[in-house]
Design a protein around this ligand. Structure first.
Ligand code: 5AD
Ligand code: SF4
Length: 469
């Protein structure tokens, strides 16, 4: 007889949205084996750290967390209980055995390509420590059970869907091509089936994920490669699916069909994460980004011509090896020119095994700190200006949850801004035209435009912003 009591699974997710998606899929994989997600670390039977290796700080956090977990497990064991500790994600992939050497309390280490093997790995780990960082030949997505609403950690009205993994770009600062491997796109039918499944489970907004998502080239049943633009058209046909987003894109892969999809698909949100990293041609070349400043700016112009209400977000790195004050000022200049609605900025961090790690002229820490502060001041100013520019506009808001105050609901604008408004609870799950009346620190407030309330989320025909075509 097996123990009928469910086992509790606690997953702590670090890093990008792809890890958030992966954590859900791990929960999906373990659900048929009696594991139920919990938010209480102290009573978990299995704790998985789904790790990130993109910057130094991200991986160091994992090792300090493992120290704390070991103490917790010692206490549990003293009380006659037990707890299994697993490390997943990109640190697991990059460090493998090294993790067990540094943190002997760890029971299993497994990379992003092994999640479908998780039930087997857990069973094996009962007999001793297990490390699995292979890139197996089989398609993990085909071997993972379909996403199930009941075991979901992060899904609700919005969900992530990984369509592409890995990267062949080899930017000289980036560890992703080594930890996530070569670029692989999921077949079109697999993506469509998963999307339909999620919509049936109540999802209204889908964010397609990939390290280089716009390089998507999944095969159709007849063996033809389909690009992201065409995939978005296919997804937009799914009844009940109201909003589409995708991230993260590389400027080199914004092809014509994808830009046209922004022109043609109302469901595709006018908000694009398009990292440029630096505004200096010299640094862009050293970063192996394969485009220059002008090409990026021209691309943005084309995208905005196709979709005039488009807003951008970006990623920036300061202190890449060899970056001079002049190079840095070129980055500030491109930010002023491109105008971002939000941005993520980072100090360059040396990643072992990448070309950047062996470059001379590393920039001193205090210079990076100073440049980061200047860059962040500029992007915060732009973000505030963008939010203020929304006042007086009517934005479609997907109402997701009850607000903090009674009678209030909270939702997201097309630009992922949090919006609060007074509205009855039965409107949760619908998209409403909301006139923005005020801007707070982290959110907007507004009111539903009288006489334009929609009863069902499927009514998104009215455009909230004039478009030229
Ligand atoms: N140092 C600092 N930032 C980095 N990023 C990727 N690698 C590094 C690194 N070694 C940033 C880039 C990327 C984002 C996900 O993380 O800006 O777009
Ligand atoms: Fe890293 Fe560059 Fe690939 Fe993005 S495109 S994942 S930054 S190598």
């Amino acid at each position: 007889m097996t123990d009928p009591a469910p086992k509790k699974l606690f997953i702590k997710t670090y890093g990008c949205q792809m890890n958030v998606y992966d954590s859900d899929r791990m929960a999906d994989a373990l659900a048929p084996h009696g594991y139920v997600p919990t938010t209480e670390l102290e009573s978990a039977d299995l704790v998985v750290l789904n790790t990130c290796h993109i910057r130094e700080k991200a991986s160091e956090k994992v090792f300090s967390e493992l120290g704390r977990l070991k103490e917790l497990r010692d206490e549990r064991r003293a009380a006659g209980e037990d707890m299994m500790i697993g490390v997943a994600g990109c640190v697991a992939q990059a460090e493998g055995e090294e993790i067990i050497r540094r943190s002997p309390a760890v029971d299993l280490v497994f990379g992003p390509q092994s999640y479908h093997r998780l039930p087997d790995l857990v069973a094996k780990a009962l007999g001793g420590q297990v490390v699995d960082t292979e890139f197996p030949p089989e398609d993990k997505f085909e071997h993972l059970p379909a996403p199930r609403k009941e075991v979901t950690i992060s899904r609700g009205l919005t969900a992530f869907l990984t369509v592409q993994e890995g990267c062949d770009k080899f930017c000289s600062f980036c560890v992703v091509p080594y930890t996530r491997g070569a670029e692989v796109s999921r077949p079109v039918n697999q993506v469509l089936a998963e999307a339909r499944n999620l919509v049936e489970a109540g999802v209204r907004e889908l964010t397609l994920l990939g390290q280089n998502v716009n390089a998507y080239h999944g095969l159709t049943e007849s063996g033809r490669a389909m690009g992201l633009g065409e995939l978005l058209h296919r997804l937009a046909e799914i009844p009940g699916l109201e909003r589409l987003r995708y991230t993260t894109s590389h400027p080199r892969d914004m092809d014509h069909a994808l830009i046209e999809a922004h022109r043609d698909l109302d469901k595709l949100m006018p908000y694009l994460h398009l990292p440029v990293q630096s505004g200096s041609d010299r640094i862009l070349k050293a970063m192996n980004r394969r485009h220059d400043r002008d090409e990026y700016l021209r691309l943005i112009e084309r995208i905005k011509a196709a979709r005039p209400d488009m807003a951008l977000s970006g990623d920036f790195i300061v202190g890449f090896p060899g970056e001079t004050e002049e190079d840095f000022e070129a980055t500030l200049a491109i930010i002023r020119e491109a105008q971002y609605a939000s941005a993520f900025s980072f100090k360059y961090s040396t990643r072992p095994g990448t070309p950047g790690a062996t470059m001379n002229e590393q920039v001193p820490e205090e210079v990076k700190v100073e440049r980061l502060a200047r860059l962040q001041a500029l992007v915060i100013e732009q973000q505030r200006a963008f939010n203020r520019s929304c006042v007086g506009r009517t934005l479609d808001v997907l109402l997701e949850r009850k607000g903090r105050m009674p009678g209030q609901l909270g939702g997201r604008s097309p630009y992922l801004q949090a919006v609060h408004l007074d509205a009855p609870e039965h409107l949760i799950g619908t998209i409403q035209p909301v006139e923005i009346i005020d801007v707070g620190n982290n959110s907007l407030s507004g009111k539903i435009v009288m006489g334009m309330e929609r009863n069902s989320a499927s009514l998104v025909e009215s455009r909230s912003f004039a478009r030229s075509n």
